[in-house]
Structure formats: structure tokens, C-alpha cells
Write a protein that binds this ligand. Sequence first.
Ligand SMILES: Nc1nc2c(c(=O)[nH]1)N[C@H]1C(S)=C(S)[C@@H](COP(=O)(O)O)O[C@H]1N2
Ligand SMILES: [Mo]
Length: 428
Amino acid sequence: MDSKQPGRRRFMKRGVALAGLAVSPAGMALAPESASAQARSSGVPDMNSMEYVLYGARSHFVDTVRVLEGPAHHETRGPRPDPYRPGAGTPVKDLIGIITPSSLHFTTQHFYGIPDINPKEHKLTLHGLVERPLVFTMDDLKRFPAVSRVHFLECVGNKNVPRDKNVNDTHGRMACSEWTGVPLSVLLKEAGVKNQATWIVAEGLDGGKHTKSVPMAKVMDDVLVAYGQNGEPVRPDHGYPLRLLVPGFEGIYNVKWLRTIKVVDGPYVGFQENSRFVAPDPRSRDFIYELGPKSVITFPSGEDRLPERGFYAISGLAWSGGGTVRRVEVSTDNGRTWKDAQLQEPVLKRAFTRFHLMWKWNGEETVIQSRCIDDLGQIQPSVAEFAKFWNKSISEIHRTSGSKFGHANFIQPWKVTADGSVQNALEA
Ligand SMILES: Nc1nc2c(c(=O)[nH]1)N[C@H]1C(S)=C(S)[C@@H](COP(=O)(O)O)O[C@H]1N2
Ligand SMILES: [Mo]
């Protein structure tokens, strides 16, 4: 951790002040003198210090951080408003279980920076085709019964290409959190939705006034107005103090720093809908943005090295915007045969599902890969099947960004070479 961060300095000061006040009997010391003294002399963070008693920190042996996005992203041309802020991906390789710590949850570029919003002044306005337009403060929202749900969030830019070296590169623009808030359907019931209402338009208050329209059927199903993430307030880069959560839809729907919801009688083609994300091809299914079934093996994966032949627990993540993961199949013989992986509980709707398969590597070169089957019966395609569906060559699929040809949910194969090193084997 960077000790120059202002947050940490504030804690240190508070820690020092509290320590100064505390007059504890000798027998009540928090830890043996020696542990603190040892830490101080070796220059490692002293986990016995008041700072970490007040706000816990991870071990200094753990150094996983988000992955800064590549040069191509940084070189995006055009007027770039201040402050310049790069995007950073989730270090998928190091995730444990199904929850992404908020501090490692991918963060997009945000051309206009992260707004600093005082929750005491923040309001959510609900208007348009409703009987009673309403304005909610954060306190008002917290008076409704809360719901907590685990859901993944995936950007349409989460696209694996052959030049990616590891799983952070191939799948870094996704994460999974427990979100807490109020179902938007509950707020809409308060306001009274008029008959002709079929869509909502949500708007954030960042400089770009991020807007997205969402069909009413989805809103009534499972859309949340969320103020909590992983047991704490949603962090500033994820929308503090309030964001929209549209489970299973493209990440861009999840409007952060949410300030207005307008109920309307049709989709609004706002900047986010027409500038980059709508293709002329009718099969890009404009306005149907549920993400398909997808999975990836995270161990062993690109840049790993298996030390010797023998038993390994293959592990990975599977998810689907359409619902729950029903099965994950793993092939360890270049796609000739597939075995059912074991799904680790809990298996939740529109959430990451962790899977495992015990595998005995015989020391020969092979390709390992996984495919997800969801409870709608949808099967994750190979890149060849995906390209065939769009009637494009595979290289054309790789060259095209974002959601132009649907969502890049094709299988990610990893080659294990005879010396145990693991490489991206996506067909070019
Ligand atoms: N207000 C606002 N909301 C936004 C965006 C934005 O730029 N502004 N980016 C969207 C995009 S493209 C994605 S992928 C998700 C990312 O959510 P996260 O930052 O919590 O990971 O937020 C979406 N919501
Ligand atoms: Mo995104």
C-alpha cells in the first residue's frame, strides 16, 4: 500500500491521537512489545498499530493490484477532459471464490473523472410517465426494505484476443460483488407507473451525464438502485453514493452516480446508445443487451508454469446474463472430450460461479478450455462457431471492438506445452 495516500495519513493521525489518549494497564497491551518493535525495525507495516486496529489492511505479502489497461486504450484520441484517468482491469488471476474485493473491481476510464458527491445533498429524482413524481434523499432510500444480491458486472470491452498474454488481459473487464439497495420496481410502485410507460432512462451526474434506457420488463424483474457493495457503501469509482444495477446486461447499463430516472414510452437513443455501441447489422440486436453464457479457466492459465506432470485442480469462473450457470464442461484434450466440472456453492443467478476439475497432466502438450451452459440451455460457443454465426472470418471478429458482433463470449483455450508453460491458444 502507498503510505503517501491521504486516507492513510488521516488514519495515522487519528491512530496517533487515540494512542496518546489511551492509558492502558500494562497487562492489556494489544500485542507483545516484541511484535511491534520487530515490525518497526524491519520496515514492514506494524499490524499491531492503532491504524490497522481501526481499519484493517491486507498482509504486506499480498500485492495484487488492478491491471492498468494497455497502450491502445491510453492512446485514444480526441479531446480528453481533465482529469486524465486510465482504466484498470480486475486481476482475475488472483481472485478467490466468487466475490471481487471492491478495491480490485475493474474501473473504466471515466473521461470526466470521478465526481465527489456529498450523500447528504444527493437526491434521486423519479419522474416522467408516473402519477406522482418523487425525489428521494439517501436517507429516504434507506427507509425501504433493503435487498442484497450477488451479481457480476461485465463491460462489452471484456473481449479475449489472441495477443492477450494472460487471463487478466483476456477477462479483466468484469467483476462480481454483493450489491445492496432497493428494487427499482418498489420505487416505481410508490410513484405509480402510467399505462403507456415501457422504458426508463437513467442518468448519472458525472461530467458526461451518462444515460442509458432500460426496458420496463427488465426494470420490474431485478433492477436495483444500489448504495451498498460488499458490505460497505459503494465506493466512489463504482458510483458513490448511488448506482443503477441491471444484472446480466452490458456493464454500460449500470449507471453510476445515479441522479435521475425518467419513465418514458420508448427507448432513448442517447450518446451511449448510438456513438459506439449500435451496429448497422440487425443481428446486433439493438437494445437487447443480456450477456450470453461465458466461462474461463483461471488456473492454469496464460503465463503459468506447471512444475511437473501430475495432479492439478483446474479452476475457473462461469457466468451468464441469461440466468444461472447449469453446467460447466472442461476439455483437457484439445476439445475432443468434455467432462462436467464441479460447481462450487453458492451457484447464484447472474453471478460468478466458481468451478473445479481435478486433472492429471501426463506431461504432453495439450489444450485446456471450459464452456458454460446456462439454465436457458444456451451453450458458450467457440470462436469459430461465433464467427460462423456472424458470417465473418475469425480475424475479423478479433479486429472488431466492443459489441458490434454481439458480445465476445467465446471459449478461451489455453495451451499447456511440454515444458509446463501455459499460453493463450485462441485461434487467430
Ligand atoms: N455515470 C456513469 N456510469 C457508468 C459509466 C460512466 O462512465 N458513467 N460507465 C459504464 C460502463 S461502460 C461500465 S462497464 C460500468 C463499470 O462499472 P464499474 O466501474 O463499477 O466497474 O459502469 C457503467 N456506468
Ligand atoms: Mo463498459
